[in-house]
Design a protein around this ligand. Structure first.
Ligand code: HEC
Length: 124
């Protein structure tokens, strides 16, 4: 297959996937041990975040970078979580915020009035 064709098919596929509302990261492989999305710095999270509790506590949680950082601070204050090197902490938080972000609004947009069926109750 010509490389242009391949690129075209890849682009179409990406468009189709986004159009279907499937976040592209839903297609990331999951670590069979922890269920973490295997992208970027996932191994940093595996080595630092599952000593005390199930990784499910992480994968079922969502948050912005700020919210993830606050959870880490809370565990450090209250749950004996150790301190991280600033650079390591930054990478952990970036991984979490990117792969487990706050939920987006999944409702479809409202239908424009001109595409609505006639209103059977209209009085005029
Ligand atoms: C030193 C032990 C320890 C380590 C290591 C640890 N945690 Fe925790 N974490 C806890 C404890 C204890 C809780 C509370 C568990 C519970 O409520 O059952 C908790 C709870 C959580 C929760 C749930 C918070 C909530 O509001 O429900 C999340 C998310 C979480 N941890 C993420 C992480 C992440 C991300 C890391 C790595 C940066 C991590 N944990 C590392 C001890 C730890």
């Amino acid at each position: 297959m010509r490389s242009l064709d391949r690129r075209l098919i890849a682009a179409l596929l990406l468009t189709a996937v986004s159009a279907a509302g499937i976040a592209q990261d839903d297609l990331l492989p999951l670590d069979p041990v922890t269920g973490l999305k295997m992208s970027g710095d996932w191994q940093l999270v595996r080595s630092n975040c599952i000593a005390c509790h199930s990784p499910k506590l992480i994968t079922q949680q969502r948050g912005s970078a700020d919210q993830w950082l606050r959870m880490i601070r809370w565990m450090q204050d209250k749950q004996n979580l150790w301190q991280f090197e600033p650079e390591v902490e930054e990478r952990i938080v970036a991984y979490l915020a990117e792969n487990y972000p706050p939920p987006t609004n999944r409702r479809r947009a409202a239908i424009p009035p001109d595409l609505m069926p006639p209103n059977p109750y209209a009085t005029n």
